[in-house]
Design a protein around this ligand. Structure first.
Ligand SMILES: [Zn+2]
Length: 199
């Protein structure tokens, strides 16, 4: 019987994907400022249970946790988008994992929000950027393969510096989007900036 029991991916209590108690312990995210992005919705901080959840999904293929997380996002997201666009995974990473988490989130949100998925974005980087030093802001570039609808929701799994989201939003803007909002499961906590005297 236990074989068919569905459990929380974090604490193993009986639950469908992730239990309410674990959801209640998610830390609120600190979302970086995102140039060219209309509004950003992020479920939790990438630490503690939030980090365990995302790790379980991304690296242990425990996709059942995506259901409750997408439910929580769908409950707070606006619905006035023409299409949902996920940030494409690096092809090598996608091959190695066999799936692409932002795409899985897009499919689930599409059902919940009743908004179609569009896939205009392609990566132009080929992995040769690795080892070129930390240039997060220019490390990843995208191109749009087609004209895009006007109001888009861009989807990623984890937002760190926000450079990827901004790069995608700018690309979508050039391809015809008038507004791009952003949604992610988690945001990595901002590093402590000790005495960095900016201005
Ligand atoms: Zn739990």
């Amino acid at each position: 019987m236990w074989l068919f029991q569905s459990t929380c991916v974090v604490c193993n209590d009986p639950a469908s994907g992730v239990c309410d108690r674990c959801v209640d312990q998610l830390e609120p995210p600190q979302v970086p400022a995102l140039l060219a992005v209309e509004s950003a919705t992020v479920l939790c901080s990438y630490e503690g249970i939030g980090a365990e959840l995302v790790t379980a999904i991304k690296y242990h293929n425990r996709r059942q946790a995506l259901g409750p997380m997408c439910d929580a996002l769908a409950a707070v997201l606006p619905r006035d988008f023409d299409a949902l666009v996920s940030v494409p995974a690096h092809p090598a990473r996608r091959r190695e994992r066999g799936f692409d988490v932002p795409e899985l989130i897009a499919r689930r949100l599409s059902k919940r929000l009743d908004i179609p998925v569009a896939t205009p974005l392609k990566r132009v980087d080929d992995g040769s950027q690795q080892g070129r030093g930390r240039s997060d802001r220019q490390g990843v570039e995208f191109r749009a393969e087609a004209r895009v609808p006007e109001r888009l929701l861009l989807i990623d799994d984890v937002v760190t510096t926000g450079a990827t989201a901004v790069s995608c939003a700018l690309t979508l803007g050039l391809a015809g989007a008038r507004s791009v909002s952003f949604v992610a499961l988690a945001a990595t906590p901002a590093p402590e900036v000790a005495g960095a005297g900016v201005g």
